[in-house]
Design a protein around this ligand. Structure first.
Ligand code: SAH
Length: 222
């Protein structure tokens, strides 16, 4: 007699195993922040991507999310959060550029309180819908212009900007807490990831990470 073997649970392209492979790849790419890797292993990235592309959710690539925007590649998400955290416990964090909400969901697992701003209303609503089933209590989504930051919730221990601008907006560095870190892509065609840290004495110190390619930061609400 032959028995039909039941397919093991979660063996598809959106399973925990696929997510674990993404984590292994991030480690090979040099990401070593364990709480961050645990957060990325837990957040179901495929829920943030349209069903037609969901099978590619764990590839190391940016994917379209509509409105000419993209979900950042996993390595970019990891690199920015690792640089913003720098091994510290994070209290309040601001993300500029919610997009589909993936990075906000990861941040919410490693920070006490997360605020995320998106300028395109339809994307802010899409992110809200994507995040609903995850029931994240410590994440606030805001429809607004992230160029201005979010003064009513400042200061922030970390600010992550998921879109590139020629210069780091002054409103954002003004909203950094003492020892707070801002991470954002800076440049036009050629961009580099920049880290700005507010020192205990109050000054700002900049450093550079990799060359990157992000969608542009645009002023005003969409
Ligand atoms: N954080 C997303 C990446 C989104 S792409 C992820 O998890 O993959 C960058 C987003 O920044 C886009 O949705 C774009 O609309 C948004 N954006 C651009 N300029 C902005 C601004 N001034 N304020 C807020 N969001 C902005």
């Amino acid at each position: 007699m032959t028995c039909a073997t039941a397919a093991p649970r979660g063996i598809g392209m959106t399973s925990q195993r696929t997510r674990d492979r993404m984590i292994a790849r991030l480690r090979e790419q040099g990401i070593g922040d364990e709480p961050l890797l645990a957060a990325m292993a837990a957040v179901p990235r495929h829920l943030f991507i349209d069903p037609g592309l969901a099978s590619r959710a764990y590839e190391d690539t940016a994917l379209p999310i509509g409105f000419e925007q993209t979900i950042s590649r996993p390595f970019a998400v990891a690199r920015m959060i690792e640089a913003a955290r720098a091994g510290r416990e994070l209290g309040r964090v601001l993300e500029v550029g919610t997009g589909c909400g993936y990075q906000a969901a990861v941040l919410a697992r490693i920070a006490k309180e997360v605020y995320s701003i998106e300028r395109i209303q339809a994307l802010a609503e899409k992110a809200r819908a994507n995040l609903r089933s995850l029931r994240i209590a410590n994440l606030r989504l805001v429809h607004g212009d992230g160029y201005k930051g979010l003064s009513e919730a400042a200061p922030f221990d970390a600010i992550i900007v998921a879109a590139a601008a020629p210069l780091v907006p002054r409103a954002l560095t003004d909203q950094l807490a003492c020892r707070g870190r801002l991470v954002m892509p800076v440049g036009n065609e050629e961009q580099e990831l920049r880290v700005i840290e507010r020192s205990a004495a109050g000054g700002l110190k900049a450093s550079r990470l990799d060359a990157v390619r992000f969608v542009p930061l645009r002023a005003g609400k969409g």
